[in-house]
Design a protein around this ligand. Structure first.
Ligand SMILES: Cc1ncc(COP(=O)(O)O)c(C=O)c1O
Length: 370
């Protein structure tokens, strides 16, 4: 056994840090993978073509560094949202953008806020930065109480809307109420906004302390490309830009993301298809008496119930295992009382959701808890 104590060399708060645990990325044939809210459809063919062009015939264009400012991509994103390029920062996925935000604005003397449940990366980012963390707990209704954020004491608060893992989109009025009185920076994580009725981009012109974070991983079907972006007040983003690794988005990613956001018709059509599949699936679950949050995202959060009406954490876990045995991968969050009796199921293709529905039905008929 080695006597080398690696952790003695780490910063103490890093040695204590619990890392983020992403959903499993199982490979191999036969899996129905509905655990990380990926898009079941390929990205825009124009994006694929742009990436091939960026690679060039013999790959020699990769001998050069990419544009360190991602200028044309930022301009395309700005046009898409009716903003200017200075109001856009891009990153290696929206996780990178959120890392930049917390690194720019928060240190050990600051408080970072989040709701529980929400995206489990936020506490890890706070942990890396060694900030204090304040959690605003949702009741089962998952309704947003602006006062709890306003008085949280946070310098930077992560609010996910539509919320993950419930899929619930918060009322615009509640978000405005937060922005009117919260003295810190509100980071609105809109990873799933393209699947919702509305977003909050129009609020940027009224509230300089609002930063919105978006991703190409969900609506655009480009999770593997790793591109996300932040929208907000140019003077705030100029500060964030100081922290950014200067080549944080590679040449192929810049070209692919730009073509994808310019092909609005393609993305809109795929998003509509996912919304229709989602709503039909949610209706089926509700017809079985499974409580399911109204989803504005590309996943649903449902509380499984046996044929005899039992629900709870043992039931949810049993169903998770049953689905796994049937090569269907979904997400189970046992860490909070509000989530432990639910499963989060990403919306796949219509065919995949048929398979899931049939498997859930057979579970209901056969379930016997150990
Ligand atoms: C709420 C939320 N924000 C951000 C992300 C990360 O997105 P990206 O792939 O752009 O890093 C996810 C991924 O699942 C998410 O659920």
């Amino acid at each position: 056994m080695s006597l080398f104590e690696a952790s003695a060399y780490a910063l103490p708060h890093i040695a204590r840090l619990d890392p983020y645990i992403p959903g499993q990325q199982l490979q191999g044939p036969g899996w129905v993978k509905l655990n990380t809210n990926e898009n079941p459809y390929p990205p825009s063919p124009r994006a694929v073509e742009a990436m091939r062009d960026a690679l060039g015939k013999d790959g020699s264009s990769l001998a050069r560094y990419p544009d360190p400012t991602s200028r044309t991509l930022r301009e395309a994103i700005a046009v898409h949202h009716g903003l200017v390029a200075d109001q856009v920062i891009v990153g290696n996925g929206s996780d990178d953008v959120m890392t930049l935000l917390i690194r720019t604005f928060c240190g050990p003397q600051d408080i970072v806020g989040m709701t529980v449940p929400s995206y489990t990366l936020y506490p890890v980012l706070a942990g890396i930065q060694n900030t204090k963390l304040v959690e605003v707990l949702f009741e089962r209704s998952v309704s947003l109480d602006p006062k709890k954020i306003i008085h949280s004491g946070a310098k930077l608060f992560f609010l996910t809307s539509p919320n993950a893992p419930t899929g619930v989109a918060f009322e615009k009025e509640a978000i405005v109420e937060v922005l009117e009185s919260f003295p810190g920076i509100l980071v609105l994580d809109e990873a799933y906004a393209p699947f919702a009725q509305e977003d909050s981009v129009d609020l940027l012109s009224r509230f300089p302390r609002l930063l919105i974070v978006r991703t190409f991983s969900k609506a655009y079907g480009l999770a593997g490309l790793r591109v996300g972006y932040g929208l907000g007040e140019a003077s705030l983003l100029h500060l964030v830009d100081r922290v950014r690794e200067c080549y944080n988005v590679d040449a192929i990613a810049q070209a692919g993301a730009r073509a994808a956001i310019e092909d609005k018709a393609y993305t809109d059509a795929r998003v509509q298809k996912i919304i229709q599949t989602r709503d039909a699936f949610a209706k089926t679950l509700e017809s079985w008496g499974w409580f399911t949050y109204p989803s504005s995202a590309n996943f649903i959060f449902t509380e499984p119930r046996t044929a005899s009406g039992e629900a709870g954490s043992a039931i949810a876990r049993a169903l998770f295992d049953y689905l796994l045995d049937h090569k269907i991968l979904v997400r189970y969050f046992d860490s909070t009382p509000l989530t432990c009796s639910f499963l989060r199921i990403s919306i796949g293709s219509r065919e995949a959701m048929e398979v899931v529905t049939q498997t859930l039905q057979s579970w209901k008929q056969n379930v016997q808890l150990k």
